[in-house]
Ligand binder design. Sequence first.
Ligand code: GRG
Length: 278
Amino acid sequence: MNYEDYFKKEMGQIEEALESVLPLAGQRPAEVHEAMRYAVFPSGKRFRPVLTLAAAEACGGKSSDAIWPAVSIELIHTYSLVHDDLPCMDNDDERRGRPTCHKKFGEALALLAGDGLLTLAFQVLARSGSAQLASFLEEISTASGTYGMIGGQVAELVAQGSELSLPLLDYIHSHKTGKLITVSAVCGALAAGAASETLEHIRRYGENLGLAFQLVDDLQDQDGYLKLTGAQDVVEKIRDVMARAKQEIRGLGPVNEKLMMMADYLLKRIPREHHAMD
Ligand code: GRG
């Protein structure tokens, strides 16, 4: 199976689950529910929830075992995009090729829609009845809070206007983007009841994948690492980091196929002009 087919297959399950938890647009208070749905649908890549499902299968579980942490993480990811686009943050007018949430609904409703998505993420977990609920809560709240994604966002905010060092950029990347991607893989493994050694391999796989995800984004946006080092170095770093990610999951045997595919997908997202550097 190639990556596109695999993603299409898993997207069905993810969209259905998201649809089942998001309030209907007309449901009171309709204004904020409409804004929440606008942010979630139509979908982005759904990279994080697909990763959660893939990790569950790689650890011997079923993808359906991991659907609620997958949905929870995607809701948190979507809230972070809505808030990141706000005038007080990046002040972006467009997201996924259409007006950002605050451009469409106004700043106050976009702020509340983001809050609503974040809160819903934890309600979804609470209602999942999962035996791993406590671990999901611990992992997801840590990854998205001030020790995780918010921490990375704050570090980036504070550093604005000053020259970035490589260690600071590593901190920003590994927290702002890396923590949520790492926890996506970790929750899949937890859902499958993975042993602690396997869990640590999956965690390190996720950390490397998260770094590569951000580096590819830097290449596409000519930002981040590109300001400190050449494109050739960044491409080499992505390949190196991806090799390390794959090494972490080799021991899982043939069931690791989908996690390998996630890594290959990122390599394919390296902009075409940089492929020429091979
Ligand atoms: C405002 C609390 C708060 C956090 C913001 C994640 C984040 C921190 C901001 C998002 C902005 C950004 C460009 C982050 C870098 C990571 C990244 C490339 C996010 C976009 O994720 P994709 O490509 O988006 O998975 P889709 O649209 O596919 O879901």
